[in-house]
Design a protein. Sequence first.
Length: 202
Amino acid sequence: MNKNILINQRLDKVGDFNELRDNLDIRFIKLILDLKLNPIVVPNNTKALNSFLKRIKIKGIILSPGGNPKIKDNRSKVEEKLIKFSSQKKIPLLGICRGAQKINLFFGGQIRRVENHVRKNHKIFGPLTQKKNITIKCYHNFGIKNVDLSKKFNILATTKDGCIECYNDKDNKRMGIMWHPERYKILRNFDKKLLKRFFRCN
């Protein structure tokens, strides 16, 4: 059975010489393995990405967090190609934090600066919680309010101050979450069920 989950990387300038480097929080590898899936990490290079997509069968795609989703660089080109590929092949596409913002922007939505959402805990409300008491920890300066969400998506969870923390499309093939499931020391049962259901894991 195909269990490959493709995940893109950040693109950062590091060191005294501002070297451009791909990087990914190593906790994502553990997260994907905890879901009993195989992580496939791709570089910020569209030619290399084309090779990956031709040779490897993909069960799902994750757009990683970190950084400004409005910057036009190689990472942005890779993200946009992955969004188009997921739509063409009907492969589940998950955006985490910046990844969720990028998907919303791609489909005509907006983002805005928000307050009190960096290293802050928030209770979430909406269909996703099924009336359970669910708290998430946020790490984002920019967010999505109701008026900012692309018309292609439905709201699944918001915070008390009106920030959308989870959305999806009508077929549940695209989903954005604004918290970081990889940053919890132990994968929470809530996150595990959400992600396994999204990626259609057995």
